[in-house]
Write a protein that binds this ligand. Structure first.
Ligand code: GLC
Length: 715
């Protein structure tokens, strides 16, 4: 047996049952000097703490564990480092719109650098929940609606977080969450019922988790929600069958906040003791703050309801993680490091680059953007025009307003001094104050162009912040229509944690930049984009609904028996299709959509493997040309459709993407190589298969457009 395993078995042999249960317990420790919490640590009854920040405070707690407890087992220090620690990056949904896993990995690594230097060694991230419902506030935290892109982002974030050469010499372990299918909450209402088929679970919601584990993620967080009747934190199918037996995941399973306690509210446990029994037998290793294991697990073992071997296996995984992180050798953090690492200038620059590449140009019909340098008078209006807080996004944690640049700051930095920039807030975010519509109209009339910065506050998305109406909050629509009515050329910069419902704006405003909540450098990024110092290249990773009534609206939908655009079925003397009588089926902007300041043409699609074997590689290429007058980046996408399957298949599925940079008039050949084994799904027996047959394939700029070809998978 190797040394770590020997050490684990040695420790295990010395541990009392109470100390073993302690390693399976995580407590909230958001204040130092909490006598009961420190006493529990001293007694070896705590394996991990969360919500405490700062090397000195953390070292104090570690000393109690390492020097004050009988066996000196160090604590795991967990925190939510979701899109940055102190250098706050754009929200993850925005980051995913870069379609740049390498860049996203760099951002995650910077978060790891800062968090590890300040004593945290476990981040409850990446959030890899697929979401097709922007009513759900936590769409902000993930990578959108698509499993393929979601898996690419999951890999990138795990690689970044779990980098092995951080400045501090310490390590950060990641924790893909929320396992599983939390993003499928009915009605987009947070914590709501998830009732999906096992096939949908396996084909849509599990792939990003599998990708994260393949990349080496060391832990996983079980979700609050039920899945078809069985809450995730007591669900043996996902926690044992899939995770341990199918995937061989060796790491630690931590629940989400009080998820064991919530089994009682779910109605699958009569009390906390029964809840503890169900979770531990299903495969949960560590209990986040419910104290269910702390209070009942020893009794459950003594009563024979939980085998001691189950406890021992869980404790082995926790101890193995602590050893792998080097916590036994280096439990304490060098307290001089954080000030040296946090907010390094290079990290601020990277935050700017990510923000610039995450903002999606949705409309530019009159080419108002980039701004004409000859403009002399610009009005900057809106509740988010000089915002220093909401741009931090919904999981900013220890991020600070003082670290941020507002759009006003950014424009002042990039506009010529000869340009007169007049700023007016015009209204508040929530509509609690009377809007200054006349003032806004006057400022707009006095200008040659108006930039309106509108949208959501960071508190309108994120956990427990689902919205039933996705329009502009408060009086912002009135402000928008007032400014638009003046006739001044109008640009809207939209900030939000989700796609918003903006039909009037889409019809009446010629230029719209979706800036999300763009992190500490959001303001400068907006300014650089609107003046053309850098060009927009981002593309949507979540379909943009025309109205809430369309939701869930996503590109990889099924055909149905009466697809719109198909032959339809004559019934009661008229043709019937799967559509609405009062709205179109298509989203306002499709998955993969985003404009740039130049234009691109796609031509000469070539299916280099018109027939390809089950173990073969599909090879497809096309030419992309820059047909505009500016250099630009284009994210070229490849989609396939399995035309006939043993079960219904999506009408399109993303299977590749590449970014190309082209000067005006230039073109390039883009080539995709897709292993055929990536074209599979779970069949009638719930086995992953690739079935021989005809496929369509597209190469294009988004999910709604592209050059189409065909190929055949053969035995
Ligand atoms: C929260 C979230 C989870 C987070 C955890 C600890 O409720 O659901 O994403 O990591 O609790 O803060």
């Amino acid at each position: 047996m190797n040394r770590p395993e020997t050490r684990i078995e040695q420790l295990l042999s010395e541990m009392t049952l109470a100390e073993k249960v302690g390693q399976m317990t995580q407590i909230k420790m958001d204040r130092v000097g909490w006598p009961e919490g420190e006493e529990r640590i001293r007694r070896g009854q705590v394996g991990s703490v969360l919500t405490i920040y700062g090397a000195s405070k953390i070292n104090r707690l570690q000393r109690i564990a390492v020097e004050g407890s009988r066996l000196g087992i160090p604590l795991l220090i967990g925190n939510d480092v979701i899109h940055g620690y102190r250098t706050i990056f754009p929200i993850p949904l925005a980051e995913s719109c870069t379609w740049d896993p390498g860049l996203v990995q760099q951002a995650a690594r910077i978060a790891a650098e800062e968090a590890a230097a300040d004593g945290t060694d476990w981040t409850f991230a990446p959030m890899v929940d697929i979401c097709r419902d922007p009513r759900w506030g936590r769409i902000a935290e993930g990578a959108g609606e698509d499993p393929f892109l979601g898996a690419a982002m999951a890999r990138a974030r795990v690689r970044g977080f779990e980098a092995s050469d951080l400045t501090s010499g310490r390590n950060l372990v990641s924790c893909p969450k929320h396992y599983a299918a939390y993003g499928a909450a009915e009605a987009g209402k947070d914590y709501n019922t998830v009732d999906i088929s096992e096939r949908t679970l396996r084909d849509v919601y599990l792939p990003p988790f599998q990708a994260a584990f393949e990349e080496g993620a060391g832990t996983v967080m079980s979700a609050f929600n039920e899945i078809a009747g069985v809450p995730a934190s007591a669900n043996a199918l996902i926690l044992d069958t899939v995770l341990r037996h199918e995937w061989g995941f060796p790491g630690v399973v931590l629940t989400d906040w009080n998820a064991i306690g919530e089994l009682i509210s779910h109605g699958v446990a009569a009390d906390l003791k029964e809840a503890a029994e169900r979770s531990v037998l299903a495969g949960v290793d560590m209990d986040m703050v419910a104290d269910a294991y702390h209070r009942h697990l020893a009794d459950l073992v003594h009563e024979g309801r939980v085998p001691l071997s189950v406890v021992d296996d869980a404790v082995r995984r926790v101890l193995r993680l602590k050893l792998a992180l080097g916590l036994f050798e280096r439990p304490y953090t060098d307290e001089s490091l954080a000030s040296e690492v946090i907010l390094r200038p290079a990290y601020r620059e990277k935050a700017l680059e990510v923000a610039q590449k995450s903002m999606v140009l949705l409309k530019n019909s009159e080419r108002l953007l980039p701004l004409d340098p000859a403009l002399k008078r610009i009005a900057l209006i809106g509740p988010l025009a000089d915002d220093h807080h909401h741009i931090l996004g919904c999981w900013y944690r220890i991020g600070r307003d003082e670290d941020t640049e507002s759009v006003l700051d950014g424009l002042r930095a990039v506009l010529p001094t000869t340009t007169e920039l007049t700023h007016l807030r015009g209204c508040d975010l929530e509509g609690r104050e009377e809007p200054d519509l006349e003032g806004a109209a006057q400022v707009a009339r006095d200008a040659e162009l108006a930039i309106l910065v509108l949208g959501e506050g960071e508190h309108m998305s994120g956990e427990a912040h689902s919205r039933a109406y996705l329009g502009l909050p408060g009086h912002q629509q009135a402000l928008l229509e007032t400014v638009q009515a003046t006739g001044v050329p109008l640009v809207v910069v939209l900030m939000s944690g989700r796609p918003l419902v903006i039909p009037w704006m889409a019809e009446h405003v010629p230029a719209i930049l979706q800036a999300w909540h763009g992190g500490i450098r959001a303001g400068r990024a907006v300014a650089d984009l609107v003046v053309g110092a850098t060009d927009p290249s981002a593309k949507l990773t979540a379909s943009w609904p025309r109205t809430e009534g369309q939701i869930p609206v996503y590109y990889a939908h099924k055909s149905t028996g009466r697809p719109e655009g198909g032959a339809g079925t004559v019934q009661f003397d008229r043709l019937h299709f799967s559509n609405y009588i009062d709205e179109r089926n298509e989203p306002l902007f499709p998955f993969g959509y985003g404009l740039s300041y130049t234009s691109f043409a796609y031509r000469d699609l070539e299916i280099e493997t018109p027939q390809v074997g089950l173990d073969g590689v599909l090879i497809v290429s096309a030419t992309i040309a820059n047909t505009g007058d500016r250099t630009g980046d284009e994210i070229v996408q490849l989609y396939v459709r399995d035309l006939v399957g043993s079960v219904t298949r999506p009408v399109k599925e993303l299977k590749g993407f590449q970014r190309v940079s082209l000067d005006p008039g230039k073109d390039t050949r883009v080539r995709f190589e897709v292993p055929v084994q990536q074209l599979g799904f779970h069949d009638l027996k719930m086995a992953y298969v690739v079935e021989p047959g005809e496929f369509s394939v597209w190469v294009g700029p988004n999910a709604a457009q592209g050059l189409e070809g065909f190929f055949e998978v053969v035995e």
